[in-house]
Design a protein around this ligand. Structure first.
Ligand code: GLV
Length: 328
């Protein structure tokens, strides 16, 4: 019997390819070529599955051009690169990679918060540039983490992980805003208090964004929201580019409307708004919140489990649009 055909859209661990090859005829991209949409479509024709990393856009045009496609397995928890409605309408399953990256990403959110509030990147650049000639009392004085108020926007698994680190590890007062309120037990575990978005922005010393990107969450933080924040506050975005209006944030940082920001994700990444590159009070990292070797392996494994689960056993592990399963 012919093996199903699978495309791996980006370079990945050799072991991931080897696992896929046990079950599928695999076309890989180990040279990590950047494909245009037309090239992606050409590669996808005749394939039943695709392994994506979160940067490949799968929309109606791609799906219509590749009618044999049955599953798109994202090696990411976020899946705003998928037009999930278009996939569902065409009976194509989408899967993502939740849970396996929660703690690693929460660690990173906390690391970025600390680097930002304590001005670690800025002071390191200063030292490397040979500018450290003498100590002074206010040199790179930042703001405290311990005992301060942490405001989390988006209280899913990663938000909860950050809340626990803040409350239990650093004695922070945790407030959060979310589409829906957590149940009482989860709130108690996170020591977190539900507040409205405006109250959160006005009261928090540190605001961390962990909401999924949807048209409704576009520019959750823009000039008007920044204007509500304390001038001493920090803003951390580990969610998705587009959740923050990066142009408005660059102006606010330049004018010291808020003290500092830490950004792992950007509107239009890998391009970064050039105005952000000009301000010193921002820590910039290239979308690496889940980047530890064990976690990246676990994410790749979960995407493979989904491809095997669906194409071989008809049982995906983490389906995003399970109604597709009923219609198969
Ligand atoms: C990373 O951004 C992810 O969504 O997994």
């Amino acid at each position: 019997m012919n093996k199903p055909k699978v495309l791996v859209a980006r370079s990945i661990f050799p072991e991931t390819i080897a696992r896929l090859e046990e079950h599928f005829e695999v076309e890989a991209n180990q040279g990590d070529e950047s494909w245009t949409k037309a090239q992606l479509i050409a590669k996808l024709k005749g394939k039943q599955g695709v392994f994506t990393t979160g940067s490949e856009r799968i929309d109606a045009e791609v799906l219509d051009a590749c009618p044999g496609l049955k599953i798109c397995a994202n090696m990411a928890v976020g899946y705003n690169n998928f037009d999930i409605d278009a996939m569902t309408a065409r009976g194509v399953l989408g899967t993502n990679a939740p849970d396996v990256l929660t703690e690693t990403t929460a660690d990173f959110g906390f690391a970025l918060l600390m680097a930002t509030a304590r001005r670690i990147a800025e002071s390191e650049h200063f030292l490397r540039a040979g500018k450290w000639e003498k100590w002074s009392f206010d040199m790179f004085a930042g703001s405290d983490i311990h005992g301060s108020t942490l405001g989390i926007v988006g209280m899913g698994r990663i938000g909860q992980g950050i809340a626990k680190r803040g409350a239990h590890g650093f004695g922070m007062k945790v407030i959060y805003h979310n589409r829906s309120r957590l149940d009482a037990q989860l709130e108690a575990e996170c020591k977190a208090t539900y507040v409205g978005k405006e109250e959160l922005l006005k009261t928090a010393d540190h605001v961390v964004l962990v909401v999924p990107y949807t048209p409704a969450s576009h520019h959750t933080i823009g000039a008007a929201e920044i204007a509500l924040m304390k001038p001493t506050a920090t803003l951390i975005n580990i969610a998705r580019g587009g959740i923050v209006d990066d142009a408005a944030l660059a102006v606010a940082l330049r004018d010291k409307r808020i003290a500092a920001a830490g950004l792992d994700v950007f509107e239009g990444e890998p391009k970064v708004n050039p105005e952000l590159l000009k301000v010193p009070n921002v820590v910039l990292t290239p979308h690496i919140a889940s980047a530890t070797v064990p976690t990246r392996r676990a994410m790749a494994d979960l995407a493979v489990d989904n491809l095997i689960g669906y194409l071989v056993h008809n049982k995906p592990v983490t389906p995003l649009n399970p109604t597709v399963l009923a219609t198969r």
